[in-house]
Write a protein that binds this ligand. Sequence first.
Ligand code: NDP
Length: 343
Amino acid sequence: MGEKVFISGASGFIAQHIVKLLLETGYTVIGTVRTKEKGEKLKNLINFKEFNYVIIPDISVPGSFDDAFKKHNDIDYVIHSASPFTYTTSNPDKDLIEPALKGCKEILNSSYKNLKNLKRFIITSSDAAIYSNFDEKNNKLKFDENSWNLTPRELGSNDPVTAYYISKSLAELETVNFRKTQNPNFKFISINPSYVFGPQAYLCDPNQINESNQLISELLKKTQPKDNFDNEIGGFIDVIDVAKTHVFAIQNNDVINQRLFLNNGHFSTQMILDIINLNFPKLNLIKGKPGTGQEDIKQLAQVDNNKTKSLLPWTFTSLNQTVIDVVNQILDVQNKNDDNSKL
Ligand code: NDP
């Protein structure tokens, strides 16, 4: 039996890719899900006897991880990926910041108390822990692996986007404080992806696309001249690169105590629309203002993640390829659904 990895939030978009790659690499994986129904669905999809799930309905409840870690006290690596990721809430502090922060404290404390073999604790953080949602759009600023989003918690109480950014920063800071105050035997690695696009690992229900890929799936509905779209801008990274980095963080010694800032450049929604229109002309989507993407992203802050790139021995997937992969998967599923409805 391979070494044992515990991953929180196993049913999530990114976590499913991490689980898939871990299993293919030979690890045994225990993943948390919130309900038995989700666990069974995931286990059937994954279809590997080395995958099992535990049910943790809410990571932020005191002692939430204790039973799972007492049962699986031989875990070698913990990946903490569960965190609320939604921009639709009327109480951003309660729904985003509190569960992210408390959940991180719970998994850290319970790992320390119960997992005597633990070698590494890897947190799926975010570029949101590197800069605020405002600083990200200030081209006079430059950010790297040493930068921190230190926006005060109060500023997140009325705005879900600001709150999400704060939630990621506070949770990651909790791991830094834990390392300094408890000095545990296990090592820490933070993974800080920008906006993650990419196909789903197993599940692809076009009506249940995760928060980040919704930007692409929504564009596929824009066929009428009156349709318009929010031209979002930001950094991007492909989900496969994110999954590979988590596995690398388990295996490589140079990444210990590092923050791995995963960003392969900047995107705008217009740039994504241009890629879709070029590669899938038959979809007849609206055109927006083709070719203006480079202008859109000029207002974004500069990113210097050369340190991360020098640590990771592969080249990140291009925006072009990522968008094509996502659209192909959505169209495949739509075609299959159409075929089934004809039967
Ligand atoms: P998903 O929403 O697909 O996955 C989040 C997972 O966390 C889900 O399994 C969810 O369960 C679980 N979860 C959320 N809140 C709780 C809670 N209180 N108790 C138990 N489980 C909980 O998001 P992603 O896969 O996109 O994100 C995964 C991680 O990556 C997150 O930490 C996110 O912040 C980070 N990230 C994501 C980026 C992106 O662009 N997608 C960019 C940078 C970082 P359920 O679905 O059942 O509610």
